[in-house]
Design a protein around this ligand. Structure first.
Ligand SMILES: [Zn+2]
Length: 152
């Protein structure tokens, strides 16, 4: 979708915020009655009963990706630390872990998702240095790698 369309939709949404909220509430009430809710609950209960093993495994997976990561050794204290000799992908994961997912290009100010905005290495030596990384959109990233744009 074009930027102009997005702009229009944003304006429309802002202008009709109250109306839309009300409409959504009414819509929700109409379709999500207490019987429907009870039905959904019953369905979920039945699903858990039938898929006990799977549900248990999934909740364990979730536990391992959220809770146990906190307070665990990371960085230089971590047993799997490989120093500065790590692969391109791992380095990007490391940068994303410490600086978050980029969503805005520092050069042209374009915003986008993870695939459109990337972490680019300033020195191009791929050092493990968090100050050596900037957010760039894919087109600026290509231009930068070719030396066609300068970053300040
Ligand atoms: Zn850009």
């Amino acid at each position: 979708m074009s930027n102009r369309h997005n702009e229009y939709m944003r304006e429309w949404r802002a202008k009709n915020e109250e109306k839309n909220k009300l409409y959504q509430r009414e819509y929700f009430k109409q379709y999500y009655t207490s019987e429907k809710r009870e039905e959904a609950r019953e369905r979920a209960r039945k699903w858990y009963k039938d898929n006990k093993e799977y549900a248990k495994k999934r909740s364990n997976d979730h536990y391992h990706t959220t809770k146990t990561l906190k307070g665990r050794p990371s960085g230089k204290q971590h047993f799997a630390w490989k120093g500065d000799k790590i692969s391109y992908g791992t380095l990007h994961d490391w940068v994303t872990y410490h600086l978050g997912r980029p969503n805005k290009c520092t050069h042209c100010r374009k915003t986008g998702n993870t695939f459109q905005i990337q972490w680019a290495n300033i020195s191009q030596k791929y050092k493990r240095d968090l100050t050596d990384w900037v957010r760039l959109c894919s087109s600026c990233h290509k231009l930068y790698d070719k030396g066609k744009i300068k970053l300040n």
